[in-house]
Design a protein around this ligand. Sequence first.
Ligand SMILES: *Cc1c(COP(=O)(O)O)cnc(C)c1O
Length: 354
Amino acid sequence: MKLFTVGPVEMFPDTLEVATKQLPYFRTPEFSQIMFENEEMFKQSIHAPKEAKTVFLTASGTGAMEAAVINCFTEENRLLVISGGGFGKRFAEICAIHRIPYDELMLDFGETLTEEKLEKFDGRQYDALLVNLHETSTGQLYDIELLANYCEKYNLYFVVDAISAYGADKIDFAKHKIDVLIASSQKALALSPGIAIVEISRRIYEERVLTIQQATLYFDFKSHIDNMKRGQTPFTPAVGILLELHERLEKMQQLGMDNIQKDMRELADRFRRELQKRGFRLPSYPMSNALTPVILEPHAKSMYERLKQEYGLVVTPNGGSLAEVLIRVGHLGNVCWQDYEKLLIAMQQIRATL
Ligand SMILES: *Cc1c(COP(=O)(O)O)cnc(C)c1O
């Protein structure tokens, strides 16, 4: 089996090695030191300033999305959600459940987010903009400069779900004046699922997190941030994944975040060129380096199933209205060009019989 998924993805041998070890007890100075280093290395990887706060949640990415919303906003706010697929919709659902007023900028499949579409929404009505920088359900990468400028112009908090963009696409916490950035262990970090990381700007921490009465115990950022002063979490974290994270962040630091992204972009670009040469169709919107969406309407599902059953190659299927339209081929984790050569041949062979 080879995974071309977006999470969990093919893990690196060094991560797997860490994952085989007996877990230590964690209320110790040694584990606190690991956590301080995790914080430091994560901040460096996104160019976050020292004064920003880092929260490590034992949750999947969605847990962190919900935690971010309820720690920063209330029924008295109004939020603008970029809704271009399944993950945009999830932000809207979270707002609805917590009765936080919001509007959605809806994008149909195939539509690119443009300045014109954004400016149809009067930014003065809102307190924050929520976006999944890479809308993983379609593969569209939104223009972070465009969104950052809009937030600056209207003085909005900028909340970025970077769960599938972190480690794959360019993100600069300081330069883009991000207020909340969310990452998760099972995507480009290529770790076990279960840890989500939330980076919080000083301004949103002081103006929102500290002033809101959060109706949550487990997800209360105040208590997480307080505990991180001593390198700890309020409750038992996924200790093993935090150790995997430490190993991976060290490795990423050695390799350099820019080099990792450049390699991933080259891999993705080469795969896309080869697909097009073979007559496969790709969407026209800007794409993340994390995955390549391939339009196979109306055979996407059988392509996915046959790749898995006949070749042991696991791409990412789509749900909902795109189930028969798209497969998504991930570029995250321990994959290399030889893997894509095999995949290309398999895709051609299956297509010939569809
Ligand atoms: C994977 C992902 C999530 C989180 O999904 P979980 O299954 O909760 O980990 C959230 N947002 C985006 C953009 C994602 O790609």
